[in-house]
Structures are given as structure tokens and as C-alpha cells.
Design a protein around this ligand. Sequence first.
Ligand code: ISL
Length: 622
Amino acid sequence: MAEHSLTMRNTVGDLLRHPIGADLIEKVLLQMGASSKWVDNALVRRMRLSTLHRLTRSRMDVVPSLLDMLNRCADISRAPSGAPVTKAWWKEAVVYQVYPRSFLDTDGDGVGDIPGILQKLDYLQALGVDALWLSPVYDSPFDDNGYDIRDYERIAAQFGTMRDMERLIEELHGRGMRLIMDMVLNHTSDEHAWFAGAVNGIEPYVDYYISAPYRDDTPPNNWTSVFGGGAWKHVGDRWWLHLFSPKQMDLNWKNGRMRSELYAMMNRWLDKGVDGFRFDVINLISKTEGLPDGNAAIGAMMGYTGAEHYFFGPELQTRLREMRGQTYGPRGAMSVGEMPGVGKRANRLLTAEDRGQLDMSIRFEHLENPGKSRFDDYAYNLTFLKRQVLSEADADNACWNAWYWENHDNPRMISKIEKDASLHPPLGKLLALWLLTLRGTPFIYQGQELGMVNAGFASISELRDIESLRMYREFCRSMPEREAWSKVLAGSRDHGRVPMPWNGGINHGFTAGEPWIRMGSGTDSAERQEADASSLLHFYRRAIALRKKHAALVYGDFRCLRGHKDTFVYERADERECFVVQLNLTRSPKPLQRVGGELLLGNYDGEAARLRPYEARLYKRI
Ligand code: ISL
């Protein structure tokens, strides 16, 4: 957009007025562990970009790439809305993510299945959740556990049949619950019929994927894969792009016929009754025209090269609008987009109600402390999470957040924060109360309600995840094996993927066969927690029930109250009721605020003069 076009003659202040520019600067400062105050300085703001370039070029040559990137962004003007919050079922819902492979196996093949989910609907209903998000169950060669789809309209045999799927939808609806399907639309498996057509030069499929002619062994550009290694695979007479594994081929969203086929497929799922979609890495679908090289310094910072050419691509918003209009929008189904790299301001462009794109997003900024990555072994400090929640709290009313602490791509949150297992029970409850009293839709990941912790893997042979295996190989090239293992162990997605512990039986009741991945360690089973009124499972039920009973906990305003820096005290209030949440974010006692009111829920028995380790309390003001 012309009014936003930036040149080297512009200033740092101009950069900060650009929504994506401001997001990126915030990200870079965080990554460097530097304070955001740095850019509040008037002198810095007045500095010309040419000067910034001269000063930083030798260490981090990013300014020209950044300008190009920002000048490619379209449709970025947004007047503040301030519109009142509209009501919607998905704002009131508590979503529960099922990772079907590891939920419950009913046929003894060691892999969870849809009949297993059907068997546990009573459990889920008793927990109080309203909607299930199902990680992919489509036909797949399972190179990336189903995020590599071979056929969008078949159910993988190991998970069951289409009839099982239809029963799941019926049973959920019969209970007043809903189903959200995971849609992986940035890429398909290389075993998808379209890709077979493409590599054989059959029209119209060649143009369904992103490719370039093969001339020699130099790939079309320097992009690397998020999972390590190059991002191009040579098949036949062409190079094909894969931002993830070499079996996950990026679709070409510039091709209208391909898009129509995707939309028609989604509409057939909606016809079956699904209530919404979780879109996998949906912000990656539009790539810079001409696929230019990525900036090396940005690549080094991100861990993979090229991201500035696709994390907020030129046609992203147009495509999201088009998809909404032609599929779920007119039917009132909900959408939540997984969007790595998208910051607060970009998120507003993509999820504000009046912009007709996505309803909510799954973002990443809160997952790691400043300067840390998932593969660093460190103790996560919860005061950072408080900062992130506060920074989202001023998002305008027409944007609705999705909040989550865990999913199938991350280690377990309790383990990231605290090594001392004796503190895990209060910590698990603090995380529950926090999540369920925020403004935004809470997403609970399976096993979180049981306080599952990291799996305690003993060696690389126990890991199954393609990302872990590829990153391990990559790390081993530049560091001793022991160090590589400790990085992979810190960040492996498999921690979140070990099976659910249902009871005290063989394989904790998950399977009668050999589980596809080893069982976790040290978590109380659902059966034992069911019998113990003081368990985390019961605590989740109570917290969910309170959220459902009191609209102020869903739609009410959020206000942070003054308190100690290591505590988080906030209010949720509407015109009828007011609640106060008080959290001790650390393992040592902290001052208690006298808030008055009735204690509705807490993670310790009785009252104490100070907040105990990870103590969490919910009061209702009278
Ligand atoms: O940000 C990341 C790497 O630095 C990753 O977390 C990545 O963006 C994220 O894993 C994307 O996740 C989704 O798409 C992947 C799939 O493997 C994940 O399971 C899925 O959630 C590719 O489809």
C-alpha cells in the first residue's frame, strides 16, 4: 500500500507505525532479551533507517530485507474498532484437543482410534468441555503423524472408518457438543493423488504445487525446512517446495482450480455436520512472487531460512476472506488458524470481526521465555506469561483470543516450569485456573487435565516424531551427541504425544497391544483421579463449571490489579458480577492481596497469611 511504502529515508518511528514492522521489532527485541523501552527512546525513533542499516549491517544485515518485506504487505490499515463484543458459541466454549493416536486404542494395534474417542465421550462431557478439536484422522502415510494428508475425504484405517467419524459427529451433537476438524491446507502428502499427477506432468496438477524446473543440483532458492535441511526436493524434472518434511509438499495457492477443490472438500465436511476448522499453519499459504532467497541473518535467528517470504504473504488476507466466504462463513462454523510468527498487530488484521477472515488464532509468542527456543533446557518463568497476557489484554474488542498452554507440538507445561514434583499438584491447578479465567477461548490439550508431565525418554530410540529425529541429526553435525540429545529431549514434541493414562492396568488402559510410543511416567491415571475429589481432574471440572455459570468469566472486562511483581491479580467483571483471580507465579511465598469476597476455588486447603507456592485463588466480590 502506497501510504505505507517505506524507504531508507524513513525513520525507526515510521517502522514502528507499520503493524507488521512493530510486531517484528518486538519479536527481535524479545529474542535478544532486550527491553522494549529501547524503542521508546525519542532519539532512536528519529533515527533514519539508513543509519540503522549502517550501524547494524556488520552484525545483522536485516534492514533492507525487512523493508522489502513490509512493502510487500497489503491491506494493513485498520482503524481501531472499539465495537462491543458480539456473542458466539465458540467464545463461550471450552475446547479440548484430542490427539487420536494417543487417546484410546480399542482394536489392540497400539494406536488410538475413533471408537476409542466414542468410548470416552462420557468422560469428556463430565469434564464439561463443549467442543473437540481432533488432530488429523485422514488417510495418510503418517510421515508427520497425519499432518501429511493423502486423502482429505478418507479416514485412515488405523483410526477407523467414515462411519465411525459420522457416529462421532452424531454422538457429540446428541450431547450438545461440537466437532472441530484439523485442516492441513498448506501442504499435502507427497502420496496425495494430486502430487502423483504433478510429478508425472499430468494437467492440471503440476501447477497445484510450488515447483521450479530442475537444471542442476542447486535448488531454486536458499529456503530451509522448519524440520531441518533444505526446503526443496527434486522429483522428475522439477524441484518441489516443502516447508516441512520432504513428504509434505506445499500447495500452490495461486492456482484457483486447486483452491476450488479444497473449498469443495471443506464444504463436504461441513455437509457432514462438522462445526468448525482448526487450520494448520494457515498463515504460510502465500509466498513472495518469484520465491526470492531468504535473509541469512533472519534465518539464523529463526532456525530456518525464508520465513519472511511466507509468514505474512502478499495474498494471505485475500485468500482467507475468499475461503471464509466460500466455505464455513455462510454456515456459521468457526475457524481458528494456527499462525506461527504472527504477532499481536498482524493478528488483529487477521482476526478482527469486521475483516471477515479468521475467528481466532493459535499463536506462539507466549510459549518460550525471551531469548529461548523450545530446544533450550531451561526453567520457564511464569512472570513472562503474565506479561504476554497483559500485552494481549488491550487487543480491541472485535478480536477474540484463543488461549492454550499445551498441544501436540510442545513439551508439557508443568515440566517446563518446575522440576520439583512435589510442587506439580498446585502448579497444575494454577495453570487450570489461569487458563479458565482469561478473556478468550480456552483450549485444553488431552492429558493436561490429569497433570501429565514430560515422558522421561531415555534415548533417541524412544522418540518417534519426525521433527525430533531430523533435528537430532542436524544438531549432531555441530555439537557433541550428548548436547544434541539434551536439546532434543528439552523440546521434543513427543512429550505431548505419549498415550493417556486411563487406569492402573497394562499400558494404563490405553491399549491391549504394543503402544506406538512408550507410555509416559509419573502421572496419576484418570481412574484414580476420578476417585479423589482433590485431584486435578476434579479441579478442572470445577473451574470449567464456574466459567460456564458466570458470563463475566467469558465476556467480562479484564483488569489487572496492582500487586507484587511475582503475583498476578486480575479482575473479570461485567455489569452483574465481579471476580478476582490471584496467582502466585513462583515456588516461594508471596504477599496476599486483601481482595474481599467469597473464595470460590483455590488450590490449597484453608487460608494462609501469604500466597503459598503456586497458590491460585478465585474470589467472587460481594
Ligand atoms: O514454529 C515451529 C518451528 O519453529 C513449529 O512449531 C511449527 O510452526 C509448528 O510445528 C507447525 O505445526 C503444525 O504444522 C506442522 C505439524 O507438524 C504440526 O504438528 C502442526 O501442529 C506441519 O503440518
